[in-house]
Each structure stands twice: as C-alpha cells, then as structure tokens.
Write a protein that binds this ligand. Structure first.
Ligand SMILES: Nc1ncnc2c1ncn2[C@@H]1O[C@H](COP(=O)(O)OP(=O)(O)O)[C@@H](O)[C@H]1O
Ligand SMILES: [Mg+2]
Length: 273
C-alpha cells in the first residue's frame, strides 16, 4: 500500500477538554516538529501515531492512513509496519557485529541490492554520528550516539519506513542539523519531537502542544527560514568559543563582538544554509 498521507484526528487533552486542533494531515515529504513544554504530551502524540491509535489511548485520538482506518496488517506484521519510532532509549538487543546485523535485516526485509543497501546504511549512519561506527564491532558495544545513528539509518534505508518518528534524539550524540539535511533527501514523513529551535525553524510546520492537547499547527514562514540561518551563525560562534575553551584558551570579549558584528552584517542569503 502506498502511503500518501496520515492524519491524526484530535481527541482530548489531559483534563478531558476537546483538542483545539481537530485534525492534523501529514503528507509524504513533510518534515514536522512537535513542540511544547515538558509534560505537554509530545511523546504521547507520537506514540499515538506509532500505535495507530483508534480512540483507545488516553488522548482518544485516531489515526487515518490515506483518509481511512489503517489496514490491520500494519500492526500484525512488523515487516508491514510503515512506522519507525526512535527514542533516546531505543537500543539494539543483538550482540551481532554491525555489518552482520545489517545484512540479516536486509535479507529479512527482502531488500533489493542487499549488499549496497548495507553499505548505504553504514555510510549514512557514519554521516549522522561524530564517532565513526566500526562495522566489525558488536552492536552492544556502540555508544549512545552511534546506536541512535545506526537506528535512524537502518529505519530509513533498510527498513525503508515511509514514516519516521524521532523523540528528542538531539541529546543523543547525533548531529541533528546534519541529520535533518540528510533525511530531507529521502521522501518520507519525518516527525521530530524537539526542543531545538533550528530543527523547528527548518521543519515545514510545527504542532504546538499544551496540557496534552494540540493547540495549533503553525506553518514555517519564509522569513523564518532566514531567521534559522542567522541562528546558525550564532550557533557557530558558540561552537567556536566552546572549542577554544576546550583547548585551554581564554576567550576575548573583543573577538566575540567582532564575530557578532560579522554575523549581523551577513547578507540574509548567506545566513540561509
Ligand atoms: N491527551 C492526553 N490525555 C491524557 N493524558 C495525557 C495526554 N497527553 C499526555 N498525557 C500524559 O501526560 C504525561 C506527560 O506526557 P508526555 O507525552 O510524556 O509529555 P512530553 O513528552 O511532552 O514531556 C504522561 O503521563 C502522558 O501519559
Ligand atoms: Mg517526551
């Protein structure tokens, strides 16, 4: 079944009131952020999607695929489940060497081009993490960041999942902006639960949660794309400063002011990544 769209039909928030957003439609190719304070129901929302909720979770939401209730096989057969959910706590339980694990997964998934798909997954994972993955290492020896990077690459390339849900993986040792950039090459629905303002500003729209309820769906404006670029310049100033501190150097106020001035004067086209 080719998925064109998934929809979340609104239910109720934590106190039982109806959600202000009655329906959220996500189309293939959309990059979506889920934002809101801690405890506002972000994890609940993506779990509802991952579970194909049918008014049977505390939020009473329902999921539709291409406008209709999803076929039962999505939940009955893991190899037909179109959704991959990756959280900070997701780990591999296998102690197989990385390459061997990927090869077996590719075989189970009956991936065409089995060998090249394994190569692509490894290369992709290595682009996502700062610490290259040794393909002969056991899966259980990978660091948190390497594990998350491999999970994402595996879900995208070998799993070929059309819908990828990422719950706050930004603190898990992944270069999140690089990840977003790379992920955009694949036509999927990506849903990021995130506290990162650049991820939010680079998403097509954001779902705003409060007290368990979807309050609004805000599309990213053209101007916000430029703002994201400028924030990126600020970010690189901070990264540079952190690197200097790590190298045992002192930081100099005058240098900072110079860098800030430069960032301020950058033409907006340059600020856009
Ligand atoms: N719509 C809802 N109805 C009932 N309980 C909810 C709803 N949304 C969230 N909750 C509950 O509120 C708590 C916090 O939600 P959670 O999704 O973990 O928040 P977040 O991920 O934003 O920190 C959880 O115990 C969750 O089960
Ligand atoms: Mg959460």
């Amino acid at each position: 079944m080719e998925i064109r769209e998934i929809s979340l039909i609104g239910g109720c928030g934590k106190t039982g009131e109806r959600e202000p957003v009655a329906r959220l439609d996500m189309r293939m190719g959309d990059v979506v952020s889920v934002v809101g304070p801690t405890g506002s129901g972000k994890t609940m929302l993506i779990n509802d999607i991952a579970l194909f909720a049918d008014a049977n979770t505390p939020s009473r939401r329902r999921v539709l695929v291409n406008g209709a209730p999803p076929p039962a096989i999505f939940q009955e057969d893991p190899s037909h489940n179109p959704i991959a959910l990756i959280t900070q706590h997701t780990t591999f339980l296998s102690d197989l060497p990385v390459r061997e694990f990927l090869r077996i997964h590719a075989k189970i998934r009956r991936a065409a081009r089995r060998e090249s798909v394994v190569e692509e997954t490894l290369a992709f994972a290595n682009e996502l993490t700062g610490e290259p993955i040794i393909e002969h290492a056991a899966m259980t020896e990978l660091s948190g960041g390497q594990t998350r990077a491999l999970l994402v690459a595996d879900a995208v390339v070998i799993g070929n999942s059309p819908i990828i849900l990422l719950d706050e993986i930004e603190n898990a040792g992944i270069d999140r902006l690089r990840a977003l950039e790379l992920l955009k090459r694949y036509r999927k629905i990506f849903i990021f639960v995130t506290h990162d303002l650049r991820i939010t500003l680079l998403s097509d729209y954001r779902v705003v949660l409060l007290r368990g309820a979807m309050q609004a769906v805000v599309p990213r404006g053209e101007e916000e794309r430029r703002v994201a670029g400028r924030i990126g310049l600020l970010d690189s100033i901070m990264v540079g400063m952190r690197d200097r501190l790590r190298a045992g150097e002192r930081v100099v106020e005058r240098d900072l002011l110079g860098e800030l001035r430069q960032a301020l004067e950058a033409p907006s086209a340059e600020a856009v990544r």
